[in-house]
Design a protein around this ligand. Structure first.
Ligand SMILES: [Zn+2]
Length: 194
């Protein structure tokens, strides 16, 4: 389990920012892990702001909601740039579904961290074809701390890293839940595709 290198520094001038990335397939608990870290920061009386791309309207508009309905208030934004304007003087910035932003999010994450903020990003590392989901590779490269979480293969019960699409749609972005995707291990993912 991820242990924070530090949570609270009293003197704001001594604050150093950093970037944490939580990645994995669908149903791997990325959002739950993001919420866990943000809740601990809140307990430490840190000022926390949470954002997500407005493309993700699967659940309630103003909440980062994980599959187990453990929710935390968040602000939907259209562009990565908006996060800079809205983050204000907070200590911790959480961003969910970060794979839906364009590559500009890499610059934004650096600006936030260089400004002394703890930046926690959660998102899919691979798309439904098993290819790297941009801009995630860039974010993994610049992060100080990377956590890959795993789901359980819904086919064989092994650990799963892939999001297997159950429909024929070829669009990269298909928002959906258990009717559209299942988590699969490498073997079941590639055997299912062929
Ligand atoms: Zn499997």
């Amino acid at each position: 389990m991820f242990i924070e290198p530090f949570i609270s520094i009293k003197n704001k001038k001594d604050k150093k920012g950093h970037i944490e990335v939580i990645c994995g397939s669908m149903f791997s608990g990325k959002t739950e892990e993001l919420i866990r870290r943000l809740n601990r920061a809140l307990i430490a009386k840190q000022k926390v702001e949470i954002f997500k791309p407005s493309i993700d309207k699967r659940y309630h508009d103003l909440d980062v909601v994980s599959h187990n309905e453990n929710a935390i208030r968040s602000t939907p934004v259209n562009f990565a740039e908006d996060i800079l304007l809205l983050a204000g003087d907070c200590d911790v910035v959480g961003i969910d579904e970060v794979q839906f932003f364009d590559n500009h999010i890499v610059h934004i994450a650096n600006v936030l961290a260089n400004g002394g903020k703890r930046v926690i990003l959660a998102g899919l590392d691979m798309d439904f074809e098993g290819k790297a989901f941009e801009p995630m590779p860039q974010l993994l490269a610049i992060a100080e701390y990377v956590t890959k979480v795993h789901a359980i293969c819904m086919n064989c019960g092994d650990l799963a890293s892939y999001s297997y699409r159950l429909t024929d749609t070829k669009d990269k972005v298909l928002l959906g839940e258990k009717d559209s995707y299942e988590a699969r291990c490498r073997k079941c993912f590639y055997e299912g595709k062929s």
